[in-house]
Design a protein around this ligand. Sequence first.
Ligand code: NAD
Length: 478
Amino acid sequence: MVSAEQTGLFIGGAWVTASGDARIDVVNPSTEALLGSIPEATPRDVDRAVLEAQNAFKDPGGWSTWTGAERAAVLRRLADALNRRGSETAEIVSRQNGMPIAVSSGLEAAFPALLLNMYADTIDEQPKTTRRPGLLGGQIDVVRKPMGVVAAIVPWNFPQTLAMSKVAPAIAAGNTVVLKPSPETVLDSIILAECIAEAGVPNGVINIVPGGREIGEYLVRHPGIKRVAFTGSTAAGRSIAETCGRLLRPVSLELGGKSATIILDDGDIANSIESFFGATLLNNGQTCFLGTRVLAPRRRYNEIVDTLAGLAQAATVGDAMDPATMIGPMVSARQRDRVEGYIQRGSADGATIVAGGSRPERAGWFVAPTIFADVNNSQELAQEEIFGPVLAVISYDDDDHAVAIANDSAYGLGGTVWSQDPIRARALAERIDTGTIGINGYTPDPAAPFGGVKASGIGREFGPEAIDDYTDLQTIYL
Ligand code: NAD
């Protein structure tokens, strides 16, 4: 188990003493008990981490000069090390952010290694240089080059998966990384650091600076950073994009969502309740891609509302470490209060609570899974990302109307279409303005690009394509 007495920061391949005295305390949201703490990085520590990453990048024989096959071998060793400690990672993630252990055991325990192995395969096969004939005569070489030091900033909801969705393609492409985890989930980064050391990742290729927003801002504008990869809220993403715009610094942004779950008139959710739950309420509703606006055909509206109310009432709410738990706590008291604020205002706005709406009586920051009926798509409940177990059911008249409502959103990240006719569902899916969408379920598979449009972000992660976003192309006319 991760030590609560961690004294160092993982910089340059070693545990170094933090330059300040401040520590980040992590509290278990299921019990409100203190879990442990870790030193908080200061700007001086960030300077040191960026310098180590620069040196690791360019030193004679540095990471950027390694062949793809050499780097791939290191990525695979890191994947093996993470796999060996997968259950420990799942446990510490669930204890920190309230993710049900059944979810973290499948995702946080396994996804990071899956990503590393996929990018190892990609880089192993990718030629550094491709030669092509010019249209004006002569030959041209197009050379793939790493960019330099990447700043990776991640939120707390899937801390290891979201970290590795940046770190893996970045290092596969030959970059080095300074990773800033979220203060709510800094303890899992200790396991990551230990695995990095165990796998023999060269010193300074991956450095970790725990801290909050200010350290994140400092890292984003640091002169040694060549590219920024961010996952988090749309508000923070806008601010980071402004900084990167001014600096002309490449940036990718994976931001919030308010996706639509479109149940067509022949959609059968009653027999797919597990997939439906995963697409709408996964991780206590604290997942960016969830389809939290449920669009139901008018003539089946009452039936669908009843099914969802039954789903919410049957969902086991409890300690994240209990394997039976389907809905764990919100990550923090602040987040719980925020979710409750949306529920109160939704009710005051005239929407009807048909399940939940209350605070379970127990320690921890729980919100009962809540279903709102009679929601209008223009209401706050339907337009803003709540990031809790709250679904808003909206009625529609026909398929065109459903598409119009789905697209009437500032966001465009995920969503699903439910129908017994996969061809009809597939055709409708393409009409939705969103980066990803699922038919009769939603599984964000790392084999293909994932990301959002509109206020959900810029750029894509996952898929072999992501390596291109961490690569500069140099054209040499021969
Ligand atoms: P957040 O934006 O508050 O914080 C995310 C991370 O950024 C944290 O590490 C934080 O310390 C840091 N940060 C905050 N402001 C910053 C700034 N101005 N400059 C640099 N760093 C800054 O988000 P959160 O509450 O931790 O996470 C929840 C949000 O993340 C939700 O909106 C959710 O939808 C989004 N999210 C998106 C995806 C996706 O892939 N699109 C995935 C998961 C979560």
